[in-house]
Design a protein around this ligand. Structure first.
Ligand SMILES: C[S@@+](CC[C@H](N)C(=O)[O-])C[C@H]1O[C@@H](n2cnc3c(N)ncnc32)[C@H](O)[C@@H]1O
Length: 214
């Protein structure tokens, strides 16, 4: 394993000594969160994440909102601050990141916040919105498997926003999503390029409002 990908696989929660405060802007306000080493981008809001947070439309006010690959929680916390009546699902394989996001949600007064590993999420939940800065570096097979597990869980009319670096394959991922989703559920999903900024594409995947839930 190279050091660049360590944060994808570090499972243990951080000790209190390792935790540190980080002052960031989320949902239009300055907040103080805790982060720690051994997770993705612990020292700031990642540039790709910032692109999604500035370019994606506001999430639905209610319903189930998913941050797929949530890290310390910049997207999940933003969802919770923007939509306080919604139920937020922060999903990650990194236990340390999940523990930090739980602490951050509590500090920011975000209720209805579930930080879970993928297997812990009830199988029948459907999501009104999905926001993700997906773990591109896990490799195509794992990335594709992850996206095809969660994107079909959008409710009718629900939209996923995925931010992907252009030089890490955003355009080929868009083409792959278009063809794969069309094969799995024909005429149901629309994949679009929502925005381009700072070397990133923001892709949207929308489930038709008239489609039946699988
Ligand atoms: C690019 S980081 C984004 C983290 C966070 N959303 C942010 O913006 O700072 C991707 C995250 O996906 C997580 N991850 C890796 N494999 C995953 C999987 N199979 N399911 C869910 N999350 C996964 C990693 O642990 C990492 O926290």
């Amino acid at each position: 394993m190279n050091t660049h990908s360590d944060h994808y696989f570090t499972a243990q929660p951080a000790s209190s000594v390792e935790r540190r405060d980080l002052r960031v802007h989320l949902a239009g306000r300055e907040v103080v969160v805790v982060t720690a080493p051994g997770i993705f981008c612990p020292n700031r809001v990642d540039i790709g994440t910032a692109v999604l947070l500035s370019e994606a439309p506001d999430p639905p006010p209610t319903g189930n909102l998913l941050d797929l690959g949530s890290g310390w929680g910049p997207m999940a916390l933003s969802l919770g601050l923007l939509s306080p009546q919604a139920t937020i699902w922060a999903v990650d394989v990194n236990q340390r990141a999940l523990a930090l996001s739980r602490t951050n949600a509590k500090t920011l007064g975000i209720n209805n916040f579930h930080a879970l590993t993928p297997d812990e999420v009830p199988a029948d939940i459907r999501f009104d919105a999905i926001w993700s800065n997906p773990p591109i570096r896990v490799g195509k097979p794992a990335l594709h498997e992850m996206l095809m597990k969660w994107l079909p869980c959008l409710t009718p009319g629900g939209t996923a926003y995925l931010v992907v670096q252009r030089n890490l394959g955003s355009d080929s991922l868009q083409r792959w999503l278009e063809s794969e989703l069309e094969v799995s559920e024909p005429n149901v999903f629309t994949v679009s390029r929502q925005a381009t900024a700072r070397g990133f594409r923001l892709l949207s995947v929308r489930r038709s409002p008239t489609a039946l839930i699988a």
